[in-house]
Write a protein that binds this ligand. Structure first.
Ligand code: NI
Length: 155
């Protein structure tokens, strides 16, 4: 595994739309492994491939320690409810904003074996799913943030 460099806000790369994965090659598997290592090293709970400079629809999420969710070509198929919470991004370290996201999101994707999976996320996992899927379409949380949050407000 290798730690990759994370692309930061302001880089036009983050505004690009990622392409679907057509075949799960060893390169994609290495990418998944490297993304997980990079996310953990940076202390984040989600990372999209575009954030390490790869324009592929690949995401890793870890909101529960030790339980990494790998999503290839993820698509949110339904969502419900609402939540307003603090949101940040490894491409914008140290900054947070208040955003409105669905309370529940169901995502369909392929796992590393090419098997179709469906994951239902609630609260933080729903936010992470929405946040990472947005990255694949060149969208950032700051596009929808209600307002930035100061360090004191994060408690
Ligand atoms: Ni992000």
């Amino acid at each position: 595994m290798a730690k990759l460099k994370i692309v930061k806000f302001g880089d036009p790369m983050l505004r690009k739309v990622s392409r679907p994965v057509e075949e799960i090659t060893p390169r994609i598997l290495t990418l998944l492994d490297d993304m997980t290592e990079t996310m953990r090293d940076a202390g984040g709970c989600g990372l999209a491939a575009v954030q390490v400079g790869v324009l592929r629809r690949v995401v890793v999420i870890e909101v529960e320690e030790g339980k990494v969710i790998e999503l290839i070509n993820p698509k949110i198929i339904s969502f419900a409810g609402e939540q307003e919470e603090a949101e940040g991004c490894l491409s914008n370290p140290g900054n947070y904003g208040l955003t409105k996201r669905p309370k529940v999101a169901i995502v369909r994707a392929l796992d590393r074996h090419g098997k179709e999976i469906e994951i239902k996320g609630t609260d933080l996992l729903a936010r992470a799913i929405c946040h990472e899927c947005d990255h694949l379409d060149g969208k950032l949380y700051t596009d929808i943030q209600i307002r930035p949050l100061s360090r004191e407000e994060l408690s």
